[in-house]
Ligand binder design. Structure first.
Ligand code: F0G
Length: 329
């Protein structure tokens, strides 16, 4: 038995931006409320428990930051060694701090996430260290529980499920979860799966791997997703879509979520909302009830926040008189 209290995350209804997203009802699944601040904990707890059962001597993953934070935390809890392979200089500061804090061994490579994943696959194939990327089926089994929760929380599946897509494990897991809910009578229907990649890292949209993916949303800076087939199956079987949003659109949604909904998410998470807004602008929105998966916390990437937000800071004296004068109160 292993747990850090993952899952059972809140589903919160939008107060102010549903119309801008072209839907009648908009809900946010707050996956940042998981113990390490992202959805990765749902699958990681299962993958690490299963690694222990299988007698693994340690765990390893490639990561753009959140998987490594989660792997490092569960390894610490379980008393296992963890090794994380990350693209050098491309990991958000908060995520790097997490891997360091939990005591992981960090391998920084000169290459991108796709190179790191290949290296992790090779090393784990040759050793008794377990691979805990989402190519490990236990990760998908854990992550699908978020779909169960949504059906539980809403009483049925939503019309649309908006989700960012990077390595494509999560969209694969949600689709599996929603399919199982429908099969077992816990939902009367499937949602349309609406996946969104960053425009500079959108291989599934273009239909070909991207050799040098680029985006401000470093979590989804991935050029050759491991679960590509799972993502296209989710898209096609649900009559959904996978499209691209630009970095500018991501930052617009990132600001809107924080200032209008009180939700500070990381840029990758804002891609889901940016996608809904884009569909609405292009008059392609399906309306109805949508759920956007807010995959990770804004605190993980303070550099992006400080570089893209305009602080409303007034330097002033310390007395009540100074403050009233500064605010004209
Ligand atoms: N949102 C966040 C915050 C992520 O960290 C990731 C993936 C995704 C969305 C996309 O999910 O890969 O299942 O399609 N992060 C991985 C990592 C790649 O290493 O932390 P996906």
């Amino acid at each position: 038995m292993l747990t850090l209290g993952e899952g059972d995350t809140p589903l919160v209804q939008a107060s102010n931006i549903a119309a801008q997203c072209g839907v009648d009802e908009l809900w946010f699944k707050l996956e940042s409320c998981n113990p390490t601040g992202s959805f990765k904990d749902r699958g990681m707890v299962v993958a690490v428990a299963k690694a222990i059962e299988a007698g693994a001597t340690g765990i390893m993953c490639a990561s753009t930051g959140n998987t490594s934070a989660s792997a490092a935390a569960y390894a610490a809890k379980a008393g296992l060694q963890s090794f994380v392979i990350v693209p050098g200089g491309k990991i958000a500061g908060g995520k790097m701090a997490q891997a360091i804090a939990y005591g992981s061994t960090i391998l920084e490579i000169e290459g991108n996430f796709d190179d790191a994943l290949q290296a992790a696959r090779d090393v784990t194939a040759q050793t008794s260290i377990a691979l805990v990327n989402s190519v490990n089926p236990h990760r998908i089994e854990g992550q699908k529980t978020a779909a169960f929760e949504i059906c539980d929380q809403l009483g049925d599946a939503p019309d649309t499920l908006a989700i960012p897509v990077g390595n494509a494990g999560n969209i694969t897991a949600y689709w599996k979860g929603f399919t199982e809910c429908a099969e077992r009578g816990l939902a009367s229907r499937h949602p349309n799966m609406a996946g969104f990649q960053a425009a500079g890292a959108a291989p599934i949209v273009s239909g070909a791997p991207v050799a040098d993916p680029q985006t401000i949303a470093s979590a989804i800076r991935i050029g050759n997703p491991a679960s590509w087939k799972g993502a296209t199956a989710a898209r096609d079987e649900s009559e959904g879509l996978i499209e691209a949003v630009t970095d500018a659109e991501i930052i617009d949604a990132y600001k809107l979520l924080a200032t209008r909904e009180g939700l500070f998410v990381e840029p990758a998470s804002a891609a889901a909302v940016a996608g809904l807004m884009k569909l609405h602008r292009e008059r392609r929105s399906r309306g109805g009830r949508a759920v956007a998966i807010l995959t990770g916390h804004g605190l993980k990437d303070p550099d992006v926040a400080m570089a893209n937000l305009t602080p409303n800071v007034i330097k002033c004296g310390v007395s009540a008189r100074d403050i009233r004068a500064a605010l004209s109160l």
